[in-house]
Write a protein that binds this ligand. Structure first.
Ligand code: ARG
Length: 473
């Protein structure tokens, strides 16, 4: 290799990492238009981690000396500390976080700093940084979702035995245990967590070493970097790796779907906490008021959980549209991947952060739920199944109970309040034993299928979740 030397300064282009070929300075409007440092500075830690791993590899393969690598590593740690402490100066003329860190390194170490970018392009660098960033985000989001699950399990345990009306079409359908309904959210969030884990597998592949697109003629050791950074594999195709953003789309999708689940939950609890439903009492510390109507206690937190899911869906769409027209390898469009992705991560983190304590502070209004429980003939299906157990064909049993409900409706009473004479008129085989199917609580107790709202099944679900999730942190 020729001796290291610093090329002569050609101001003002010398400030640019790519300035050599240019004779004229960049228009300042272009600098403002093309910069990303205003938002990619949040990759600083990832960039420094990636650079330190890269430097160690360069030393291991003899591309830089061990003392140079030590100096680079130490200077990068100092730069990290400066950035964290807010002592670092950012300027749009240095485009992005990668060039900022490299410039700060060179300002400290001169020619030694100018060796860091050996066998590396910003294309494989930014792809690596972003994967490291997503990997961390995935782990935080997973922990946050688990905390929300724990809050639901805690609520399910507190409401042991409470029966509530279950709804389909937002009409009273069949009675269910409150715990059963709460654990429904655990299932959905668990699938989100499974999807995060799956997305993490494909995220955890190392692009660094792909160069700009074609690889490098220098004797690098990608396996060395892979091990340092904890990636599961080295990307197999340099052209693919430098511009693959599937992992970003996948994460944005998982976030969007988790956002949709939490939005559904928020909508349900907004309804349940209305005066009209009266099922839930939200913690007052998690409600807000109205500036004009003094009596209002509003569920704004839940409304924003519902509302914020919209942006995560939009972010996913932005990413997909961004990618769909791109030819292979790096195009500057890819710089636009960051803001939607970061926004999705931040949004879901904020949502799970507020959801867990809100759930922990919410209570069922047991008295209100109990007093309204026999409205709406929630036990009709239970009675139908009792007739089927007596040998009545399902269609006949359905029709018979339909007639009984019509009769009860005409008197404004519950099914259980019909007399034996009235019941016998619609079902000659009527016998008082059928009354054991009536009433919301009994309808729940008679359930027996796996996964149903039967008390034994729900107790099993609660125990399984508690076992799986452990106590709340
Ligand atoms: N700021 C750029 C981005 O986020 C870094 C990569 C730039 N590469 C390039 N060849 N201009 O995508």
């Amino acid at each position: 290799m020729p001796p290291a030397s610093t090329p002569p300064d050609h101001p003002p282009r010398a400030a640019k990492a790519w300035g050599g070929v240019f004779r004229e300075p960049t228009d300042q409007r272009v600098e403002r238009f093309t910069e990303s440092v205003s938002f990619d500075r949040r990759l600083a830690d990832d960039d420094i981690d990636g650079s330190i791993a890269h430097t160690r590899m360069l030393a291991a393969t003899g591309l830089v000396s061990v003392s140079e690598a030590d100096a680079i590593t130490q200077a990068l740690e100092e730069i990290r500390a400066d950035i964290r402490a807010g002592r670092f100066e950012f300027t749009v003329s240095r485009e992005d976080i990668h060039l900022h860190i490299e410039a700060a390194l060179t300002a400290r170490l001169g020619d030694t700093g100018r060796k860091l970018h050996t066998a590396r392009s910003r294309n494989d660098q930014v792809a690596t940084d972003l994967r490291l960033h997503c990997r961390r985000a995935i782990d935080r989001l997973d922990a946050g979702l688990a905390e929300v699950q724990r809050a639901f399990v805690g609520f399910a345990e507190r409401e042991d035995g409470v029966v509530i009306p279950g709804y389909t079409h937002l009409r009273r359908a069949q009675p269910v245990l409150a715990a059963h309904q709460l654990l429904c959210w655990c299932e959905r969030l668990q699938r989100d967590r499974d999807r995060l884990a799956d997305c993490r597998r494909r995220t955890n592949v190392l692009p660094l070493g792909s160069g700009a697109l074609a690889g490098t003629s220098l004797p690098i050791d990608r396996e060395h970097v892979r091990v340092s950074l904890g990636f599961d594999a080295v990307a197999a195709n340099s052209i693919d790796a430098a511009s693959d953003r599937d992992f970003a789309c996948e994460l944005a999708f998982v976030v969007a779907l988790a956002g949709v689940h939490l939005s559904q939950w928020a909508e349900e609890w907004i309804l349940w906490s209305t005066e009209e439903f009266g099922f839930l009492r939200l913690p007052e510390t998690f409600c807000t008021g109205s500036s004009i109507m003094p009596q209002k206690i509003n569920p704004d937190v839940l409304e924003l959980v519902r509302g914020k899911s919209a942006r995560t869906i939009g972010n996913l769409q932005a990413l997909l549209v961004l990618l769909k027209g791109l030819p292979t390898a790096y195009n500057r469009d890819l710089q636009e991947d960051k803001q939607p992705l970061f926004d999705s991560i931040d949004t879901l983190e904020a949502v799970v952060g507020i959801a867990a304590p809100l759930i922990a502070g919410t209570r069922f209004d047991r008295e209100r739920v109990r007093s309204g429980l026999e409205r709406g003939h929630l036990d009709a299906t239970s009675l139908m199944e009792a007739l089927i157990a007596d040998g009545v064909p399902q269609r006949t049993a359905h029709e018979t109970v339909g007639h009984l409900v019509r009769e009860a409706l005409s008197h404004g009473i519950a099914l259980g309040e019909l007399s034996d004479v009235q019941c016998t008129r619609h079902h000659p085989g009527w016998h008082p034993g059928l009354r054991s199917a009536l009433g919301a609580a009994r309808a729940v107790e008679r359930m027996r299928s796996a996964g149903s709202t039967a008390p034994a099944s729900v107790a099993e679900q609660v125990a399984a979740w508690r076992d799986r999730l452990g106590p709340s942190s």
